[in-house]
Design a protein around this ligand. Structure first.
Ligand SMILES: [Zn+2]
Length: 365
């Protein structure tokens, strides 16, 4: 019946709660997967394994140095229990629908279908969810609803995808003309974040979107989603609050396309205003304050922590256990980003206050 979940799935839920400095959550989990062999979907077991890794990992290996720092952060900050992803999706579906019906009277919830594979011709797609509409029914005979694929369902992330798809369904309640892109995606992201902050902390909600959108595998598409999310936030939400966002949703798909045209020309939008939401704002601030390009390799990240003002290349090599060539390479990556300055072979300054936000890329190959 349910998906077989294990310790690595549980860890994913913890990652969203605490955040990680690794740019890519899939790489992070892949890197750790062999070490979670046989660990069940259970908080105590997962935490015990995390402790064991922290205790035994070789911290002179740059990748382990970075991963262990993230695990320590998870150990300190991931305080909530992680729900079984299928149970969570089912129960969040009810919670979200209840909120939506209050805000959009007359909303008819779609069927939630948790499936082994998507109906043809979408069976090859690597999506976690899809929301076929009337057109798919006419063309392919697919029943409308929200489909979530059981085999790839993951904690918290699946709930965010569900909230996003539900937002498209609200838009379709007013108008189903064509398919939605542009500002409709931005509004779906924003409203999904709003729904997520009803059941999780703003930090968790922001972490989900950060890890999905800032460094995800579909970089350019994600960047566009992010662009439209920030547009929806700054052009509709900030002046008009949730009342404005809800009014935009009520424009329906066709109305949102007209809104795209206006907004992309830089024109002012005009919506009824009211109901600004503190939790959404907290999540959005965190999201917008996360730079997309402040990351380096794990090796450079390690060197960034270890290199002190006054150190020579030779000294850094000695304390890190890396070769001088490797230190040269790391230092030049850091100087390119102006995180460190070097003169006559010596570190002369370090951007200490920025370094806590410097992420690392974990190339697992
Ligand atoms: Zn969408």
């Amino acid at each position: 019946m349910g998906k077989e979940v294990d310790g690595i799935d549980y860890l994913e839920g913890l990652v969203y709660q605490a955040g990680i400095q690794c740019t890519n959550i899939d790489h992070f989990l892949e890197f750790l997967r062999p070490h979670f062999d046989g660990v069940p979907f259970d908080r105590d077991s997962v935490m015990a394994r995390i402790d064991e890794i922290i205790r035994t990992a070789d911290r002179k290996d740059p990748k382990w140095y970075c991963v262990v720092k993230d695990l320590e952060n998870i150990r300190r900050n991931a305080k909530e229990n992680v729900l079984h992803p299928i149970d969570a999706v089912k129960s969040r579906f009810n919670t979200f629908v209840e909120i939506i019906r209050r805000e959009f009277p007359g909303f008819q919830p779609p069927d939630l279908k948790i499936v082994d594979s998507f109906p043809k011709p979408y069976d090859k797609m690597d999506w976690i969810a899809m929301a076929p509409d009337q057109e798919d029914q006419e063309k392919y005979g697919i029943e409308p609803g929200i489909y979530i694929k059981k085999t790839v369902i993951t904690p918290i992330y699946a709930e965010y995808i569900l909230a996003h798809e539900l937002t498209h369904k609200i838009v379709e309640m007013y108008d189903t003309h064509g398919f939605g892109f542009g500002i409709e995606e931005g509004i779906a992201e924003l409203y999904a974040m709003y729904l997520l902050t009803r059941v999780y902390s703003p930090k968790t909600a922001a972490n989900v979107v950060i890890l999905d959108k800032k460094y995800g595998k579909r970089k350019r598409l994600s960047a566009l989603y992010e662009f439209f999310t920030v547009l929806a936030y700054t052009q509709i939400y900030l002046p008009s609050g949730m009342d404005g966002i809800r009014a935009a949703i009520r424009l329906g798909r066709k109305g949102l396309k007209d809104l795209d045209t206006a907004i992309l020309k830089g024109e002012r939008t005009d919506f009824p205003s009211g109901n600004w939401d503190k939790k959404l704002e907290k999540a959005m601030r965190r999201y917008m304050a996360t730079p997309n390009d402040l990351y380096v390799t794990a090796k450079t990240r390690y060197v960034a922590d270890k290199a002190e003002v006054g150190d020579t290349i030779e000294m850094i090599a000695k304390k890190t256990g890396l070769s001088e060539d490797e230190i040269h390479e790391a230092i030049s990556e850091l100087t390119r980003l102006t995180l460190i300055t070097v003169k006559d072979g010596k570190v002369t300054a370090k951007a200490e206050h920025i370094l806590p936000y410097l992420r690392y890329h974990l190339d697992i190959k």
